[in-house]
Design a protein around this ligand. Structure first.
Ligand SMILES: Cc1cc2nc3c(=O)[nH]c(=O)nc-3n(C[C@H](O)[C@H](O)[C@H](O)COP(=O)(O)OP(=O)(O)OC[C@H]3O[C@@H](n4cnc5c(N)ncnc54)[C@H](O)[C@@H]3O)c2cc1C
Length: 343
């Protein structure tokens, strides 16, 4: 990272995404349109380092990719590959803690007490959860504990999945639906951690590309609404249904006419579900946020900071959230792990 400092200075990485975009664009709406992308990896454009303007570059240079069949198709393909390699997959089992002797990880203990011994453990859990809850306090390193104390977390996500009994052919695969407020709304979500009445949305319509997502004459969607993570203390059992109704109404009034009468098979996930289903610390959508001091070398390392034989992949680790990031983290770990079996 030290070697990269001159280039980082040249690229003005000390500026935020908003500052860099504002340097080139004057129109407020354009500034919003060109700075909102850090939300896709859990960052507030007003705090996120301008390194993340690379999202624009990647989209322009390589295009936006979609796996036919959706993310599930990628999971199924990886599963097939693993089975072909003779890898055993155990589903619906939670790792409760790591098995540690002195400073070396020797395996994992599952919920229910079963122990699995291993030469190397690669964790795909949220690192904030791993370091605080899957390692007994006396084995936690002081440095990691200090780092976690100061960590800032990404926002929470409210995701409403729904079908419609009619189609909306004019809606593109990806739509960003901007609310009236921008900086103040982001401050509500990230800093004040207030769930406000208004919102900005990302609307996904996979049926625009892959008709297998819905029966003939129907459409399939999800809408993603950035919200405060659980540090905001919202009562999601109450707020969830109310937010669902506000979003349906807002979309009906604007780009999805008749929505409330044609919506079907809808369900939603709140930060509470992210905490419960994925063991994500504070129910954050993308682990720790991508501010400068939590990016690149400063993010959780792919080789554990203080324990031997433990490697980390996933959104909270270097290089960061999003599928390209997490797949890259796996490639880094592949290069780091010593070859135990000669090739
Ligand atoms: C609605 C939505 C849309 C998105 N769209 C895109 C997109 O279009 N493009 C893109 O690039 N990214 C997208 N992302 C982001 C991307 O999905 C995530 O950044 C990525 O999935 C993170 O991968 P991960 O492996 O770190 O974590 P996860 O995908 O959350 O996988 C971690 C898994 O580990 C399990 N786990 C955790 N702890 C334990 C434990 N102790 N024992 C056993 N299992 C455990 C969890 O249950 C989970 O299944 C989207 C995210 C959301 C929520």
């Amino acid at each position: 990272m030290v070697k990269q400092i001159p280039r980082l200075i040249g690229l003005q990485s000390y500026k935020t995404v908003w500052q860099l975009v504002s340097h080139y664009l004057k129109n407020d709406k354009l500034r919003q349109a060109f700075s909102i992308q850090p939300l896709l990896v859990g960052g507030n454009p007003f705090d996120t380092t301008s390194i993340y303007c690379l999202i624009h570059y990647l989209e322009r240079a390589y295009g936006v990719q979609f796996a036919m069949g959706g993310t599930q198709a990628i999971v199924a393909a990886l599963e097939k590959l693993m089975l072909r390699q003779g890898i055993e997959i155990r589903l619906n089992q939670t790792v409760e803690r790591l098995l540690i002797e002195a400073d070396t990880v020797k395996g994992v203990v599952l919920e229910g007490g079963q122990t699995i011994e291993a030469d190397v453990v690669v964790s795909n859990a949220d690192p904030a959860y791993l370091y605080q809850r899957m390692i007994e306090p006396k084995k936690q390193s002081l440095l990691t504990r200090l780092k976690l104390k100061k960590s800032q977390y990404s926002m929470g996500l409210f995701v409403l999945y729904f079908g419609t009994t009619r189609t909306y052919p004019s809606i593109a695969h990806h739509t960003i639906w901007m609310g009236e407020r921008y900086q103040e709304l982001l401050a509500d979500i990230f800093n004040r951690k207030i769930l406000s009445e208004d919102f900005s949305l990302y609307l996904h319509r996979p049926t625009a590309t892959d008709t297998s997502f819905a029966p003939d004459g129907c459409d399939s969607f999800y809408v993603l609404c950035p919200v405060p993570n659980l540090q905001g203390g919202q009562e999601w059992a109450v707020e969830g249904p109310a937010l669902r109704d506000r979003i349906v109404l807002a979309l009906e009034k604007t780009i999805l006419p008749e929505l409330s009468s044609v919506i079907t098979e809808d369900f939603f996930m709140t930060p509470k579900d992210f905490e419960h289903d994925y063991l994500s610390e504070h129910g954050a959508g993308f682990s720790i946020s991508p501010i400068f001091t939590q990016s690149a070398w400063f993010r959780f390392h792919n080789r554990a900071e203080s324990l031997k034989n433990l490697y980390l992949v996933g959104a909270g680790t270097h290089p960061g959230a999003g599928l390209p990031g997490v797949i890259s983290s796996a490639k880094v770990v592949d290069a780091l792990i010593p070859r135990l079996i000669p090739e």
